[in-house]
Design a protein around this ligand. Sequence first.
Ligand code: DOR
Ligand code: ZN
Length: 430
Amino acid sequence: MILIKGGTVVDPVKDRIEKLDIVIDKDRIKDLVPCGKIFESDQFEFIIDAQGMIITRGLVDMHVHLREPGHEYKEDIRSGTLAAVAGGFTDIACMPNTDPVNDNASVTKFILEKAASQGFCRVHPIAAITVAQQGKKLTEFGELKKVGAVAVSDDGKSVLNSDLMRRALEYASYCGLAVISHCEDPFISEGGVMHEGRISTQLGLPGIPAASEEIMVARDILLSKLTKCPVHIAHVSTAGSVQLIKMAKEQGIPVTAETAPHYFSLDHTAVMDYDTNTKVNPPLRTEEDVEAIKSALKEDIIDVIATDHAPHSPLEKEVEFDRAEFGMIGLQSAVPLVLDLVREGVLELTQAIKKLSVNPAFILNISWENINIGQKANLTIIDPEFEYVLTEEMILSKSKNTPFLGKKLKGLVKFTFVDGELKFTSKLKF
Ligand code: DOR
Ligand code: ZN
């Protein structure tokens, strides 16, 4: 048995924070009692002193690029899930833009089998909306659902044909799959490498206007209204998108939305030294957009924080800015960046944890048990005060493409349990 003593347990469902001791027996939570009631004894093979630490149900990241099959030199299911547990995630959903694309049951099954044999956490495959993400023909949603896909998305691209997207919403809803929409009008963003605005003009780099995202957000909201079927908007980055989602929610349209930590932690000025790790799609936006994203999180217009962990190797990143690939890794920096929002007073701690766990689980319809007696022990133990500089050695992902390298972060995942098994222990010490 394992005893976790003196930690602060966050319950995002009951909106409660309590100091509790936790006993884990095999894969389940055996006891959960107010601190100090359980005495250390020989029956515990392992005791964790969690004084000053936050304990949450394992976190859920609904937007991860694992790169396997096809681009294992950037990441694979083993390394990606290792980075996930190091970031506090016990459940991740992986995007289908692999090679081959996850547009059929055999790729979905391959991912699940590989995750079961080599993964450190649970992996929930997201299949493509269209065959080869070509935007022409829908994939076999029913069959994909049957073998374990939780959602469909053509992430990286929009489904341009509105009629096809309408059918996708209807078919997915019928099959019990979530639809995650990458919102981008590729005609208006064509050739752009950063946000179109003051800084792109200054740097002489071609821009991607906010409207590129907002046009598609508006369309997908209208399609959701038309079909009465849910749509989830991926990586929201602009104030205009926030406005549209707010209006849609007020009208009762079944839309949900996510943003990624870089959209509330960085703005387009981060691109000024041409660090290709700041090149991401959608791009880092203006200071006003960052403020709008923060308010939207606070007001629950944005339901989920997901990383959009997008590993790329030096081959794709150590090149001229305009030739570099879009994307940054994010699994291991999410928790400290979200805790910054709590420290700033933007989010309550329970609200932050909700957006990192129960909300994405609900959207994906994956099982999510809270910290309760009898439940499987899926736990993340975080030291919120731990300060450190993010180094390449700490990053367990195969790729190191993050603009937070060399930056000071506050808040560290110390332990992650998946179904009672300790899958990650941080080696960092004060
Ligand atoms: O920056 C991004 N990288 N945005 C996307 O939509 C795709 C992703 C990737 O796959 O690298
Ligand atoms: Zn993505």
